[in-house]
Design a protein around this ligand. Structure first.
Ligand code: 3PG
Length: 412
């Protein structure tokens, strides 16, 4: 490292001139040295002093370590370190979440949070529909949305997929979706699937029930916009994109395209490779903020402590806050509580997440002893009980489908 110091503890910064990040750092180094190594590596420094770094470049572009609280360090990056015309999220991530993970002196680094200045936020459009837009489409102003993921996640034909969705909608569900591993396999071509599902959604609408189904369009960058348009023209009511396998730019490309007039559901498959280790990686909170900037209308945030994916309810609430806080100039994202969901844990999830969320179950619908329609009814009954504040076991006394679900899976 050169003679330049990146330490600026306690310095009052203009929050509109910096991107401010919080990192949890595990190291044998004194924490100040570790923080400085990150600030240097991610801005104007490298592993040694360099003759090409001068006062002007340092003063203008160097990151500053502004706070250290135990193992959490705050680093502020000047807004000018970020691209203005091209670059977007890939360039932002290279700065705030790039080389630093490889620094040998650090045993672990986790990017816990990021706050962007207005100048960067205004380069993004955020969700076109957001939670309120989805509620309008579904004619469901208050209660949580209730969704399903078609199961098995692969193997069903377009006709069977549509049959599943018809049953789920007839049981009262508001949302259906493809799973993350289904896109355009030979057993279920995307065009046929989209058209078959559109047909049953029309039928449900004629019968008085509003439901959308997210078709998974996750694919290569050069193809995704065209696929989104095709799928929309085949009758899709919602699109789904796996954000981490496709990249944030894929969401942005689709959401910001004025020809796309349906909401984008965002799946987070692969997130645990980055989010699971409490001492290394990137928090889901950060991912949620980026998805919101890029225009995701709904985003998986976990089940806030319950269900097969576990997770931590505090972290879940931070994710939800990133989706819905009013400190950014974007519409709110609908948080999707999904992963091992079943009726018995709905009260706990609604208690933790509140009612402005989408409660979603795959196995918890398709695994019902009386089939998909009854599974959908049981999920809706569980959500109704939670919404009305009625004890779920008591509600089940007069709701047969819920009773069977509780008998099969319990409430823990
Ligand atoms: C998801 O997309 O969240 C998972 O496929 C959930 O499936 P499950 O409800 O059967 O766990």
């Amino acid at each position: 490292m050169s003679n330049y110091s990146y330490m600026a503890l306690g310095e009052e910064l203009d929050k509109d001139a910096y991107v401010v990040c919080k990192y949890r750092v595990t190291t044998d180094l004194p924490i100040e040295k570790a923080a400085e190594a990150i600030a240097a590596e991610q801005s104007t420094g490298t592993w040694t002093g360099i003759s090409t770094l001068n006062d002007e470049v340092f003063t203008r572009y160097a990151a500053k370590v502004t706070a250290i609280d135990g193992d959490v360090v705050t680093i502020a990056y000047p807004e000018e370190d970020f691209s203005i015309r091209v670059g977007a999220i890939p360039q932002i991530l290279s700065v705030i979440s790039g080389n630093l993970y490889g620094l040998g002196s650090l045993k672990g680094v986790r990017l816990e949070d990021v706050v962007f200045p207005k100048g960067i936020l205004k380069q993004y459009q955020g969700p076109k529909f957001g939670d309120k837009g989805l509620r309008e489409i579904l004619h469901r102003p208050e209660k949580p949305l209730v969704g399903t993921i078609v199961k098995p996640k692969i193997g069903l034909s377009p006709k069977d997929t549509a049959g599943y969705i018809y049953e789920a909608g007839s049981g009262g569900l508001t949302n259906g979706k493809d799973d993350e591993t289904l896109v355009d396999q030979a057993f279920c071509p995307i065009e046929e699937r989209t058209k078959a599902v559109a047909e049953v959604l029309d039928r449900l609408r004629e019968e008085g029930h509003h439901m959308v189904h997210a078709i998974n369009i996750s694919t290569n960058g050069q193809d995704i916009r065209e696929l989104a348009e095709d799928v929309q023209s085949w009758g899709a009511t919602q699109l789904m994109i796996d954000v981490l396998t496709c990249g944030y730019g894929a969401i942005q490309a689709v959401a910001e395209d004025p020809r796309i007039k349906i909401p984008v559901h965002v799946h987070r498959t692969m997130h645990a490779a980055m989010t699971k280790d409490p001492l290394n990686g990137i928090s889901m909170r950060v991912i949620s903020k980026l998805v919101r900037m890029c225009g995701g209308d709904a985003l998986h945030i976990g089940t806030l402590g319950a269900g097969k994916m576990g997770g931590d309810s505090t972290e879940g609430r931070l994710n939800q806050d990133a989706c819905q806080s009013d400190d950014v100039p974007f519409k709110s994202v609908m948080p999707v509580c999904s992963g091992g969901m079943y009726p018995g844990i709905v009260p706990a999830v609604v208690k933790a997440a509140g009612t402005n969320c989408q409660i979603q179950a795959g196995g918890g619908v398709a695994g019902h002893p009386e089939g998909v329609r009854a599974g959908a009814m049981a999920m809706c009954q569980a959500v109704d009980a939670a919404f009305e504040g009625i004890d779920i076991a008591e509600y089940a006394q007069t709701h047969h489908e819920l009773k069977l679900a509780l008998d099969r899976w319990g409430t823990k």
